[in-house]
Design a protein around this ligand. Structure first.
Ligand SMILES: [Zn+2]
Length: 451
């Protein structure tokens, strides 16, 4: 097998100019194909005056209209169950997946062919190989293997690379930890939250993960994989390196991964995607180093063309050359930093769950936490952080007051209540941790979406 740090050495180190020429060629083909196969897209493209021939540079991408999750959902409701966006007949599909259900929202439903699944695995291979996974590795996947797409693609990538792939579906956390130990897994895939949950379980079982054979964790499913304090905690508890990745059901697979050089962010797989960063208010592009919303155009999926999809993910793009690994693929510094809709306004101050997490995770005594927003005396917004501190010898008062001060310092002196919760009382998550609970009553018809 090849001895290189790159899964696709030619593309991953391609000079930017050539890479952009490749993207333009692929974009032209995508527009041609979507227009020919999907009447819905054909109309949107022709309404905007876009044809394949008219695409001469990446700037022409901006003439293509944005596509939003709301439009996708409306399409599904009008034309159930998949909407008007399929580029192939349903009979040609071999697999169905859907987004994990957020209450009250229609899940996005997707179909794929065998060829799509080859591509889905290929994208994960960029990430696994790039983080140092090799065919001799034993990869344990701590994941439920259900309709949520999650680590399905990683499973096939493990097989494709020749790793021994250990499916960890339908197991308790104890069974998973024991299997990791008994099978001598060297790589574990899970969400950041669940990596911490397994470490906690291992401690309870008297299993010392840090001296075990696990060398790498592949994280996905939550932004926390790139929060330095959370990543450090996971790496210490497992005695292993933790690499972040991120994907979406709408794409079927990952679009970014952290390389072995761990530059504090994730490379974008730019030979298969165009990732734009825009101001979520105006839709105008923002430059390197500025935070904005990622908009993705995908070249890979054969069943569902994705053209300028508004992801609502907040990112900061920096040039690939900032990383010493030699890849020319640009980087999202800090991975996915949150969601456009994550931001909460509390008495005039912006609060991002990610920022709170990065402060809480600096305190090793805290095991699990929850952010709670509520209304006091019928009018005033309040915010409190509940923390579990299982160690009975810990200086609880000191921890609570120190945390309250740090949170206030980072939020324009906003007062945070900080309370100890009973050990084991806060919810634990395997996927998509939701640590913010917004119980505020709607005030003054502001119309801010709660929860
Ligand atoms: Zn790199």
């Amino acid at each position: 097998m090849k001895d290189t740090p790159y899964w696709n050495p030619r593309h991953e180190t391609m000079p930017r100019q050539e890479l952009e020429a490749l993207q333009v060629r692929k974009l032209r083909n995508l527009v041609e194909w979507a227009g020919a196969q999907v009447p819905y897209h054909a109309k949107r493209l022709s309404d905007a005056g876009v044809s394949a021939d008219s695409i001469g540079s990446l700037d022409d991408l901006r003439r293509i209209p944005f596509f939003t999750r709301d439009q996708w959902m409306e399409g599904q409701l009008e034309q159930p169950p998949f909407g008007p966006i399929l580029a192939a007949p349903q009979e040609a599909a071999i697999r169905y997946h859907m987004t994990s259900g957020t209450t009250g929202r229609t899940p996005i439903r997707v179909l794929d062919s065998m060829k799509d699944w080859e591509w889905i695995a290929e994208m994960w291979c960029y990430g696994l190989w790039g983080f140092g996974v090799r065919p001799t590795d034993r990869v344990f996947i701590a994941f439920g293997y259900a309709t949520f797409i999650g680590f399905w693609g990683l499973h096939y990538a493990g097989e494709k690379m020749g790793c021994l792939t250990l499916p960890g579906g339908a197991m308790t956390t104890e069974q998973r930890v024991r299997t990791i130990e008994e099978m001598g897994a060297t790589v574990v895939a899970s969400t950041p939250t669940y990596a911490l949950r397994m470490a906690q379980e291992a401690r309870a079982l008297g299993i010392d993960l840090a001296s075990g054979p696990v060398e790498r964790l592949i994280l996905s499913g939550e932004p926390a994989g790139s929060i330095p304090a959370t990543k450090k905690l996971i790496e210490e508890q497992w005695g292993a390196k933790a690499g972040d990745t991120a994907g979406m059901t709408e794409l079927g697979t990952i679009m970014i991964f952290e390389c072995e050089a761990q530059p504090g962010g994730t490379h974008i797989i730019e030979d298969h995607y165009i990732e734009e960063v825009i101001d979520p208010e105006t839709g105008e592009p923002v430059g390197y180093g500025e935070q904005g919303e990622r908009v993705v155009t995908s070249f890979g999926r054969g069943f569902i063309p994705v053209l300028r999809y508004r992801t609502r993910d907040l990112v900061v793009k920096v040039p690939g050359e900032d990383c010493p690994c030699g890849r020319t693929f640009d980087i999202y510094d800090g991975g996915i930093r949150g969601r456009v809709d994550d931001m909460k306004l509390v008495r005039g101050t912006n609060v991002y769950p990610r920022a709170v997490e990065s402060i809480v995770r600096e305190i090793p005594e805290i095991d699990e936490f929850q952010i709670r927003l509520y209304t006091e005396e019928g009018i005033r917004d309040e915010i409190e952080v509940l923390v579990e501190i299982p160690d009975e010898g810990a200086d609880v008062e000191g921890i609570l007051s120190g945390l309250g001060k740090e949170l206030a310092d980072a939020h324009e002196s906003l007062r945070f209540g900080v309370r100890q919760a009973e050990t084991g009382s806060l919810p634990r998550f395997e996927l998509k941790a939701k640590r913010l609970v917004d119980e505020r009553e709607v005030i003054g018809g502001e119309g801010e979406k709660r929860g």
